[in-house]
Write a protein that binds this ligand. Sequence first.
Ligand code: FES
Length: 147
Amino acid sequence: MDYSEKVLDHFTNPRNVGEIPDADGVGTVGNPKCGDIMKMFLKIEDGVIVDCKFKTFGCGAAIATSSMATELIKGKTIEEALQLTNKAVVEALDGLPAVKIHCSVLAEEAVKSAVADYYKRNNIPFDAKLLECTEEGCCHLAAHGEH
Ligand code: FES
């Protein structure tokens, strides 16, 4: 199995690892296929994600994709962050082996789940579709119990 240099870089030197104690939104998602879990913390000011951190108990691809996802959404508006797809994360990493694509879904869902948490805390109505998976054939959000 070949991993791109970017995947190896983000796996061995992941960015934005940790927790934000006073986060405005926290999302936890689990991958039912492998049992891996990802937790995403967002600090949001004026609709902009000013900081984000993650913790992943998972495989190397899950760590690399969450690391890349945090880099991609930092400094972006919530709306922009919600546009982030697992495919965009995979592309930014110069690809993933096909059997590891499901790991990247976790990163997208963790971001969405954290935003949903932010909306709930602030009584902002949101479309439940937000928490639906964009990757075909994925079951997802087991830890969250939405499905
Ligand atoms: Fe579980 Fe990668 S094998 S997220």
